[in-house]
Design a protein around this ligand. Structure first.
Ligand code: ADP
Ligand code: MG
Length: 288
């Protein structure tokens, strides 16, 4: 695709000047990087090879996946460039200056239902595209959903394909292994009987719950209790005061995404048909 400058193998880190830190995650720190010749500012994900300890394949996988889908959808971060030094791997993305959805939820407390529906519809549309391209993201959470600008109605972008997998044939290649962020992980991941695209729809259910209430549904004192709650689908729309202004339709949407058996959970395309999202306007922002 034309926006990927990755055919250029001569690029070295010294073509960029790094600036302030934008964030950090499981394996990476992300800094502003200014391309010296063009003055264009990017977000550069810097992964220390020593910290990866032989798991560099995760980064190569991330690059493979991004090459396949990035720039194919407006709500997926675009990878512009990548290169390596002896110590680090560098991935240069479009800069999202609006921060993580996580921080916006935390500073707001929770979202107005109409705004939540609009965001969820946009993200699910991108998830449907990703699934259609044969990819499972596997780490959808508010820390990996970024706003393109600081505007209140900025585009939301799916980032961090570090745990994603190519999965072309649903039946033949069920994924195994426990990975992700516990609070957003689907029951079938813990049961270790294989998983696939439905894990992303489950995560969308947890994210929607978080948007509406300001806290996550399976949060427990101990990690084992959290796992048990997830496997049992044991959550409630409680305490009541946090759910007083949330419609029955919104709760029904959350409940549908949080269907314990992945065989009965809606696909991303089916979830988009839910009546809570059917009437959601993209980028609608309610007046406070
Ligand atoms: P990890 O795999 O380590 O979790 P991420 O890709 O999630 O790495 O990046 C870590 C954090 O860096 C993100 O949660 C976000 O805060 C920030 N970040 C990542 N990509 C961008 C970007 N394109 N623009 C701005 N900030 C970003
Ligand atoms: Mg991340």
């Amino acid at each position: 695709s034309p926006s990927l400058a990755m055919q250029n193998t001569n690029i070295t880190p010294c073509q960029y000047r790094t600036g302030r830190m934008l964030g950090s995650g499981t394996y990476a720190i992300v800094r502003e990087a200014i391309h010296i010749h063009t003055s264009q500012v990017y977000a550069c994900k810097i992964i220390n090879k020593q910290l990866m300890e032989g798991r560099e394949y995760l980064v190569r996988n991330e690059i493979t996946v991004l090459k396949r889908i990035s720039s194919g959808h407006p709500n997926i971060v675009t990878l512009h460039d990548y290169f390596e030094s002896p110590r680090n791997m560098y991935l240069c993305f479009d800069l999202c200056t609006g921060g993580e959805l996580f921080d916006r939820i935390c500073s707001k407390g929770n979202y107005y239902e109409a705004d939540a529906a609009s965001l969820v519809r946009t993200v699910l549309t991108a998830v449907k595209y990703i699934h259609g391209a044969g990819i499972v993201h596997r780490d959808l959470k508010p820390e990996n959903l970024l706003f393109r600008t600081q505007a209140e109605d900025a585009d939301i972008m799916i980032a961090d394909f570090g745990l994603s997998r190519v999965m072309d044939d649903e039946k033949l290649s069920l994924l195994t292994g426990v990975c992700g962020t516990p609070g957003y992980m689907a029951p079938e991941i813990f049961l270790n009987a294989g998983h696939g695209k439905p894990v992303d729809v489950w995560a969308m259910g947890v994210i929607t719950y978080f948007l509406l209430a300001g806290y996550t549904p399976f949060d427990r004192e101990k990690p084992e209790e959290e796992t048990q709650a997830i496997i049992a689908g044991d959550y409630a729309f409680a305490p009541a005061e946090y759910w007083a202004n949330v419609s029955e339709t919104a709760r029904d949407f959350v409940g549908t995404c949080l269907t314990v058996d992945p065989a009965y959970r809606p696909t991303a395309a089916q979830a988009l048909e839910h009546r809570w999202l059917a009437s959601a306007m993209p980028h609608f922002v309610a007046d406070p």
